[in-house]
Design a protein around this ligand. Sequence first.
Ligand code: WQD
Length: 342
Amino acid sequence: MKKILVTGGTGYIGSHTAVELISEGYEVVIADNLSNSKITVLDGIEKITGTRPAFERIDLCDGQGLESMLQKHGDVSAVIHFAAYKAVGESVGQPLKYYRNNLLSLINLLELMPLYSIENLVFSSSCTVYGQPEQLPVTEQAPVQPATSPYGNTKQVSEEIIRDTVAASNAIKSIALRYFNPIGAHASALIGELPVGVPNNLVPFITQTAIGIRGQLSVFGNDYHTPDGSCIRDYIHVVDLAKAHVVAVRRLIENKNRTPFEVFNLGTGRGVSVLELIRTFEKVTGKPLNYRITDRRPGDTEQVWADTSFANKELGWQARSTLEETLRSAWEWEKQHHQPEI
Ligand code: WQD
């Protein structure tokens, strides 16, 4: 049974990926410092799959801690690296926290992998590297724009660090997956998004408003150059996203990658506006949403959605869930596990 190390594996996308890996017959080891997730996520993974993944509480910025873990689990076939801070707004106020954590953890991993004969790395990247693309839908060949936040810059720099490391030796081959907007939760509603404090992202704020934790949703601007004036994004079900990671890991392990460093867009290929998403949520749940239009949020991209043809063709992967199904899963998760403000 091939063993996969999932860093940040008790997080939102990491936990859903652990479920899909286990379901596909992989052995999973989760490494997480629990700075933005809960250990109880392991219970959800076990209830869904019948298997409790091995768990190591470590901070990847601690090279020694990481090395002892690799010594303990030396026969790892691939690493999926999710562990990173990801709050755009927070990164603007605390850039060094983001640069240190997100870059040092990756550098430690890249330095130690070859010492333990681990040659395969799947990296969690983001559509933020595109900024506001000149052409839509955006392809992997679109120019990377100057990042609009330190968080986005850590994703851009991380890709460059991986690209340069892969080019310098044949010790590592890698696939970077550029996520668009992950939303929703596993159909069991046993795992899902667990935002800490007031959610930054749209969908958890919507579900918390609908369930009564938040009073009203602010729609950040309806004066954009879009059909209804609100921003457009490509919202992808987190389980569709997780399945793509299993395909990417298998591609590397089986040496099916065409170049030592490949990049794929993971989206649905469909742009949806904020107001359209709200209307869809109301239709799916039958619950009118209390919202008001407010000023734009600084740093917001006006519209971005993916050209997914490369991932569809090369990976044989396609996002399957409709927006309705995805929002329904987010609502089911909120109803089962809403987290009153602590
Ligand atoms: C979506 C739209 C907001 C909240 C971020 C990260 C990105 C990725 C996904 C990690 C925007 C609007 C939001 C609210 C609103 N994360 N909105 N009211 O900013 O597209 O992307 O999450 O990889 O890296 O940047 O997602 O959900 O914050 O915003 O009107 O209370 O919803 O203006 O148009 P975003 P988001």
